[in-house]
Write a protein that binds this ligand. Structure first.
Ligand code: KPL
Length: 313
């Protein structure tokens, strides 16, 4: 067994979520190493929060770094997950723990060659953060984080208690599979439409055109959840979406932010995943399929894409 309490957490993707969790882990006494694209260094970073600024200096590793990785938190954006983890795979220790905090689904299959028999733990968070600059992250909204094993693991493992389990508002979730479907469904309804209409989340409640699109997409998502065996999530979805829209009314969705920054969006891992899952059972989701095509058409050509793949919402 690894010396779990001493094993540092490598954080792959030093964007808003990555740096937020880096600060929180270090504040709880858990050592952190940021993994990025630049050469190894020490990097000072500020977390701006309602309680005041906190400054920390992190060890940052570049692509040439070696040495085993025992604990890995992946916070890159969906389109970068597979390439980023694959690039680090040769450093994963046999007992490495890999936790993925990203929107969307469908990564387990793609990562199977580098993970082998290791589970892919997933995290779902409602923390809100954005990068103000390279050196400053703003903790804009306090939320909850759940971590669990989609393949089923009822009790929190030892690595959890020694690491993220030390943080306030972070809990082990034995039903993380359900949490992932709920988050996917919410992102399926909100993210693509806000990117297309160029509106903040609250407009899906107040602007007639956006609201009509949102309601119709929500109905199709309810049917999809039922068909996929999640009747309770399906029944609750309209209320869940309305609650999220009210709570985040002034926010730009992560997909709108990606679109405005000219980055590749996560649409293939969100609506694309749902369309493919339903198609595998012979079901059709015409509204999701149309949205998928329209958002894909907005995306910049591959060569022009910003390679910053950090997860920020
Ligand atoms: O998770 C989100 C995102 O933007 O990715 C929501 C819940 C839609 C909040 O903006």
């Amino acid at each position: 067994m690894t010396d779990a309490p001493a094993a540092p957490w490598h954080i792959l993707g030093a964007g808003a979520m990555g740096t937020l969790f880096a600060h929180r882990l270090e504040a709880a006494g858990v050592p952190v190493i940021l993994v990025g694209r630049e050469a190894s260094s020490r990097r000072m970073h500020t977390l701006r929060a309602a309680a005041g600024d906190s400054e920390r200096t992190f060890t940052a590793e570049g692509p040439a770094s070696r040495g085993p990785v025992h604990r890995l938190l992946v916070t890159v954006k969906a389109p970068a997950v597979v390439s980023a983890v694959t690039a680090l795979a040769h450093r994963l220790a046999p007992d490495a723990v890999v936790v993925l905090l990203a929107n969307g689904r469908g990564y387990r299959e793609a990562l199977a060659p580098c993970l082998g028999a290791r589970p892919l733990y997933r995290a779902v968070t409602s923390e809100g953060a954005y990068r103000e600059s390279e050196a400053v992250t703003v903790h804009a909204g306090v939320g909850r984080t759940r971590i669990g094993n989609p393949d089923g693991e009822p009790a929190p493992p030892r690595w959890f208690a020694a690491g993220p389990g030390r943080l306030p508002r972070v809990a082990w979730d034995a039903a993380i599979e359900q949490a992932l479907w709920e988050k996917l469904a919410v992102n399926c309804v909100i993210n693509g439409i806000t990117a297309l209409h160029g509106c903040r989340n609250g407009a899906l409640l107040t602007e007639p055109d956006a609201r009509r699109d949102c309601d119709a997409l929500c109905l199709e998502t309810v049917a999809a959840l039922r068909a996929l065996g999640w009747p309770q999530l399906a029944a609750a979805l309209p209320r869940t979406v309305a609650d999220v829209l009210r709570a985040t009314a002034g926010n730009r969705s992560s997909m709108l932010a990606d679109r405005l920054a000219g980055r590749e969006t996560e649409i293939d891992y969100i609506n694309g995943f749902l369309v493919a899952r339903c198609a595998a059972q012979g079901g059709r989701l015409p509204r999701h399929a149309a949205l998928l095509e329209r958002v894909r058409a907005l995306q910049p050509p591959i060569a022009g894409r910003d390679a910053d793949g950090s997860h920020s919402a």
